[in-house]
Design a protein around this ligand. Structure first.
Ligand code: SAH
Ligand code: SF4
Ligand code: F3S
Length: 463
């Protein structure tokens, strides 16, 4: 009988990609995925360490799993518990000490070793607990070299990691410590993976990296290709109709990347470009190495290249030393740029990062107040952006049937979910695109009606 695998993923899209790759590795070992951890022979928690209580959440989840593991053992069944991802990288040894139910721990650059880790963990069962395996190497290219072909992602939208790690060391952030140094995969490897994703049904690919626009992968001649160049090559792939990338850093937006937004139609006009703060003083203390005006200038150039570009960002409020005045600068920037969507967080001191050591930490109630002011503004901007699309005709890429009879749900170029009534009767299916007039707003999606026939070109390509 097939063994069953349950993966629970926390954190960013790179973790989602990694989870799909863990499943790829385990398929040849006879594992099938299950949504229910109670049925699983192997449970992997792919963890995130970015903000507070991350580790506590992992321990409480381990506690729940331990009960399931005991229950399975009483029934003569097994359950192995594996902790992967960024908490594992940061606190692996401690997890092993504190949680005897955990069979193995591995970091984000070590999951290619899963088959060996499972073998070692089985041996460890009959041995002393300290023999349980811990894998923490930063071996990014070795990881990609050893991964089998992607098979777990077969939807219309797919993720493709092109770059790992971060050398930026923003003073608030754990990522450089949990993911290691920047590393870019070679162009040929990325193109080959994109081809396989398209053959499996992907039409919209999001290129991933902690600093995706720091990409500098071998172009085949030993020279580094930048992101703009990589996307130019990807745009030649038949069947791939939409290209996105995330997360980018303002410092690494170069001329070629800006030009690509104007030249390559397949690059979607929606960009996540985190700024974190609008105060130069705070940006400097964060080690972002750009000012608020640098950011305004980059956005202006991107919008000149692609006038309909919609923007998204991340913000941190209450970074140590942030005054009301600093926060006002953030609000000014938000009003200047106008975002289609954004994420905002209270600053959370992370162990081992420089900002956590600063003495002028901001009081919790001040953070709460600033966050709510910021989020109110961002919500207004998001609603205004969505309302402005009502009445427009947009290309919608269908992903799945909607909740209502005959309805299909797809995405606009700006990442908005659009529910289109009557699309099934017009021949909609996953991966097809149609022109849709946006007719109104639902709570979390837009409503639309078809104004063109469904484009079946992609089917011709795929067959
Ligand atoms: N590489 C990306 C972001 C990675 S982390 C970039 O450079 O922008 C995702 C987001 O989490 C960050 O953009 C930041 O807004 C938030 N974040 C990271 N560390 C944080 C911390 N210590 N407290 C609060 N938010 C944090
Ligand atoms: Fe973290 Fe800064 Fe690197 Fe982004 S650029 S991952 S925020 S250190
Ligand atoms: Fe979290 Fe690690 Fe991603 S800390 S945000 S899972 S890089």
């Amino acid at each position: 009988m097939a063994k069953r695998l349950h993966i629970k993923t926390y954190g960013c899209q790179m973790n989602e990609y990694d989870s799909s790759r863990m499943a790829d590795i385990l398929v040849p070992l006879g594992y099938e995925t299950t949504d229910n951890p109670k049925d699983a022979d192997l449970v992997i928690l792919n963890t995130c360490h970015i903000r507070e209580k991350a580790a506590e959440k992992v321990y409480s989840e381990i506690g729940r799993l331990r009960l399931m593991k005991d229950h399975r053992q009483q029934n003569g069944e097994e359950m192995m518990i594996a902790i992967g991802g960024c908490v594992a990288q940061a606190q692996g040894e401690e997890i092993m000490r504190r949680a005897p139910a955990v069979d193995m721990v591995f970091g984000p650059q070590s999951y290619q070793a899963l088959p060996e880790l499972i073998e070692k963990a089985k041996l460890a069962k009959n041995n002393k607990p300290s023999a349980r395996p811990v894998a923490m190497d930063f071996a990014s290219q070795d990881k990609f070299d050893r991964l089998p072909a992607q098979t777990s992602q077969n939807g219309v939208s797919a993720f493709l990691t092109i770059q790992e790690g971060c050398d930026k060391f923003c003073t608030f952030c754990v990522v450089p410590y949990t993911r290691g140094a920047e590393h870019s995969r070679p162009v040929s490897e990325i193109i080959a993976e994109a081809r396989r994703l398209v053959a499996a049904g992907a039409a919209d690919i999001t290129l991933l990296g902690q600093n995706v626009n720091a990409y500098a992968g071998d172009d085949g001649s030993g020279q580094p290709a930048r992101l703009g160049e990589l996307m130019t090559q990807l745009a030649d792939l038949d069947g791939l109709s939409r290209i996105r990338y995330t997360t980018s850093h303002p410092r690494d937006v170069d001329d070629a990347l800006i030009a690509a937004h104007g030249d390559i139609e397949k690059i979607m006009p929606y960009l996540h470009l985190p700024v974190q703060s609008g105060s130069d003083r705070i940006l400097e203390a964060m080690n972002r190495k750009h000012t608020a005006d640098d950011y305004r200038a980059i956005v202006a150039r991107l919008r000149a290249a692609r006038p309909d570009l919609a923007l998204s960002s991340d913000f941190i409020v209450g970074f140590p030393g942030e005054t009301d005045r600093d926060f006002d600068h953030t609000m000014d920037l938000v009003r200047d740029i106008t975002y289609a969507q954004a994420y905002s967080f209270k600053y959370s001191p992370r162990p081992g990062t420089p900002a956590a050591e600063l003495t002028d930490q901001v009081a919790e109630d001040v953070k709460t107040r600033r966050l709510s002011i910021l989020q109110d503004e961002l919500r207004l901007q998001q609603n205004a952006f969505n309302e402005a699309t009502v009445g427009k005709v947009l290309p919608v890429l269908f992903e799945k049937p909607g909740r209502h009879e005959g309805q299909w749900v797809g995405r606009s170029p700006y990442m908005q979910a659009v529910a289109v009534d009557g699309a099934a009767a017009a021949g909609a299916s996953a991966g097809m695109e149609a022109q849709v007039e946006i007719t109104g707003l639902h709570a979390i999606s837009l409503a639309g009606r078809l104004v063109s026939s469904v484009d079946t070109d992609r089917e011709a390509v795929a067959s």
